[in-house]
Design a protein around this ligand. Structure first.
Ligand SMILES: Cc1ncc(COP(=O)(O)O)c(C=O)c1O
Length: 289
C-alpha cells in the first residue's frame, strides 16, 4: 500500500522482526527504510536490516523509546510512520493468519488459539478476520478461546487481564529473550483484551527459562526450531493443561511467529560455543590427521 500510495521513505520503531520485514519490502520496492531498534536486539535482525540497505539507528532503550524518536523526527524528515497500529494496513496483512487457520480447518475454527502477544497486531488482526469471514458467510459465530502469551519480564496485557482493567499500564524495566514480546505498553491493548475476554480465553506469562526449555523440547520432539516467542506458547499450553483450563482433546493451534535461528544469543545460553579444549574435555573433539 505504501508503494501504491507513492510513499518513498518509511520509518519504524521495532523490537526487531518488523524492522527486518519492513527493510526487506522497502528494498524490493525501492524505498528508503529508516529503522530504530533497541541496541540489544537479536543480532540477526540488525544484520538483516543492514544487509537490506536500511538506515539503522540503535537505541539504548526499548521500542517505546524508539517510537518517540520516530514521532519527533518524521515530519521534518518526510518519513511515513509504520509504527504498530498507527497506519491501517499492517493489521490487514495480519488477518491472513485468521484466513489460513479457517481454511486449514475446513472453514471451521479451532477451539483454542495461542498467540505470542507483543504489540498485539496478530491477535487483533485474527479477531477482525473472524468477524469479517462470519459476515461473508464463510464461517459461523463460534470463536476459539484466544490465549495471549507474554513473558514474565514484560506482561502488561496479562496484568491488565488479571486486574480486570480495560487498558494496560506501562511495564517498567521490560526484559525478556523473546524480543518480540518486549513491548511495555501496546497501543492496542484494549483491543487485545477485548478479543481475549469475549472469546473466553485468557492471558498468561511464562519465564524465559520455560520458553527456552519448551523450544528445545519442541525441536527434539517435533523437528520445529521455534523462536522463543513461539516456544513461550508451548510452555503456556503446558501450564493451562495442568491447571485444567484446557483439555487435551480440544483442537488447539499454536502460532510460531519466528525461527529459532534468529535467536542464537538466547539459545546459546543452553549450547554455548566451545573452544577446542572445552570440546575435548567433553570427549567429543576429533582432530583429523
Ligand atoms: C517473533 C515475534 N513474535 C511475536 C511478536 C508479537 O507480535 P504482535 O505485534 O502481533 O503481538 C513479534 C513482534 O515483534 C515478534 O517479532
Amino acid at each position: 500500500m505504501a508503494k501504491e500510495l507513492g510513499i518513498k521513505k518509511v520509518a519504524i520503531p521495532s523490537a526487531g522482526n518488523a524492522a527486518s520485514a519492513m527493510a526487506a519490502y522497502a528494498a524490493a520496492a525501492g524505498m528508503e527504510a529508516h529503522i530504530f531498534m533497541p541496541v540489544d536486539v537479536p543480532q540477526a535482525n540488525f544484520i538483516e536490516c543492514k544487509s537490506f540497505g536500511a538506515h539503522v539507528t540503535l537505541i539504548d532503550g526499548l521500542i517505546s523509546d524508539c517510537a518517540k524518536i520516530v514521532a519527533e523526527r518524521k515530519e521534518k524528515e518526510g518519513w511515513f510512520d509504520v509504527s504498530t497500529l498507527k497506519e491501517p494496513y499492517r493489521i490487514e496483512g495480519k488477518k491472513t493468519m485468521g484466513y489460513e487457520v479457517a481454511e486449514q480447518f475446513q472453514w471451521t475454527l479451532p477451539d483454542v488459539i495461542f498467540y505470542p502477544t507483543g504489540g498485539g497486531v496478530g491477535m487483533i488482526g485474527m479477531w477482525k478476520a473472524f468477524d469479517e469471514m462470519e459476515a461473508l458467510g464463510w464461517i459461523g459465530p463460534k470463536r476459539p478461546k484466544m490465549i495471549a502469551v507474554q513473558a514474565d519480564g514484560c506482561q502488561p496485557v496479562v496484568r491488565a487481564f488479571e486486574t480486570g482493567a480495560e487498558r494496560s499500564e506501562f511495564w517498567q524495566n521490560a526484559s525478556t529473550v523473546s524480543s518480540g514480546l518486549r513491548v511495555p505498553k501496546p497501543l492496542g491493548d484494549y483491543l487485545i483484551l477485548e478479543a481475549v475476554r469475549k472469546s473466553g480465553g485468557t492471558a498468561i506469562a511464562v519465564s524465559d527459562e520455560e520458553s527456552l526449555d519448551a523450544g528445545i523440547e519442541l525441536a527434539t520432539l517435533d523437528g520445529v526450531f521455534a523462536a522463543p516467542e513461539g516456544a513461550a506458547c508451548v510452555a503456556a499450553l503446558k501450564k493451562l493443561l495442568d491447571r485444567g483450563f484446557l483439555k487435551p482433546d480440544e483442537r488447539i493451534v499454536i502460532y510460531n511467529t519466528g525461527a529459532g535461528l534468529k535467536y542464537l544469543e538466547a539459545y546459546s545460553t543452553r549450547y554455548p560455543r566451545l573452544s577446542g579444549g572445552e570440546a575435548d574435555k567433553l570427549g567429543g573433539l576429533i582432530t583429523p590427521r
